[in-house]
Write a protein that binds this ligand. Structure first.
Ligand SMILES: O=C(O)CCC(=O)C(=O)O
Length: 295
């Protein structure tokens, strides 16, 4: 009887993946984010592209160094222009409930910058006994469920995203209303209630009406998942094709530490110009500018 030769093929990474809704999100168990090997990283990256937000429970040992190192596997990590940071770790932004850290409006992270983050990694260190959940919404689905004529109308339009904050004055950037994901090639809606002020190719009234419709459309529960936190769960999301918001229904202390990854310049279809020229009495001015905290 001949002996079966030992096989030295690398083991399949033992990740257990469980989708958390029909639209977006999966829980991933069986990995220590402080010790991710190349093979596990490739699998996590692929899962992020597929599910858009991943939840890694029980990351009790995740140090700030390891959190930043995990972020660096995706690309250069951001130092946020002004949000509070963990002492000694400028790349770790603090989301602290008793210091205004309640991001309770739908948003895409940092779109008021020309190059917004591609991904965010949030380590929930302390959470209230109940409440303080976070929701994510799938912006591929939001785009794909618009009617064909409406999608056609949006093609090539841009939107201006504005932050006004005492620490930095005004920051703004212009991005396509519909962007094309650089890896998957899929189109997604890329406007967001917290930051998007106007569509410069439309009149003010048209822009307000179109944006209001897009905000309401993109925030629907049918595109979303809602995550109930336990301490030391880490969420990783693709900031190019999602929006998120934290539900502000609690009073107890809540602390998150976030690392965000740079490396993107949102691209859409061929731009449609020129910008709208105001005529008569109609003053084109973006009516809705945000003065929120700066996520
Ligand atoms: O606190 C949360 O759950 C979400 C925080 C947030 O919106 C962000 O990190 O951009």
């Amino acid at each position: 009887m001949s002996a079966t030769p030992a096989t030295h093929a690398p083991a399949e990474p033992q990740l257990h993946v469980q989708p958390v809704s029909g639209a977006i999100g999966a829980e991933v168990c069986g990995v220590d984010l402080g010790r991710v090997d190349d093979e596990q990283f490739e699998r996590i990256h692929e899962l992020m592209l597929r599910h858009l937000v991943l939840f890694f429970p029980d990351q009790h040992e995740l140090t700030p160094e390891a959190h930043v190192a995990f972020g660096r596997r995706f690309g250069e990590v951001e130092v946020h222009p002004f949000l509070p940071k963990l002492e000694g770790f400028p790349e770790v932004t603090l989301i602290e409930s008793d210091k205004g850290g309640k991001a309770d409006e739908w948003h895409i992270d940092v779109t008021f910058q020309p190059s917004p983050p591609i991904a965010s990694i949030l380590h929930l260190v302390t959470c209230p006994p109940a409440g303080g959940d976070t929701m994510w919404s799938n912006q591929y689905l939001a785009y794909e469920t618009l009617s064909a004529p409406f999608r056609e109308m949006l093609e090539g339009l841009t939107a201006v995203h504005v932050l006004k904050a005492p620490q930095v004055g005004e920051l703004s950037a212009e991005h396509p209303v519909v962007r094309v994901h650089p890896v998957t090639g899929r189109r997604s809606l890329y406007v967001t209630r917290m930051w998007t002020s106007h569509i410069p190719q439309l009149s003010r009234h048209e822009s307000d009406a179109v944006l209001q419709h897009l905000f309401e459309h993109s925030e629907q529960p049918r595109f979303s998942c809602r995550h109930r936190w336990s301490p030391h769960t880490v969420a990783l999301w693709d900031n190019r094709a999602t929006q998120h918001m934290a539900v502000n229904d609690y009073q107890d202390y809540r602390l998150g530490q976030r690392v965000t990854v740079l490396g993107d310049h949102p691209e859409g279809g061929a731009p449609r110009r020129p910008d709208h020229t105001p005529d008569g009495d109609e003053r084109y001015y973006p009516r809705r500018v945000s003065s929120r905290y700066g996520y």
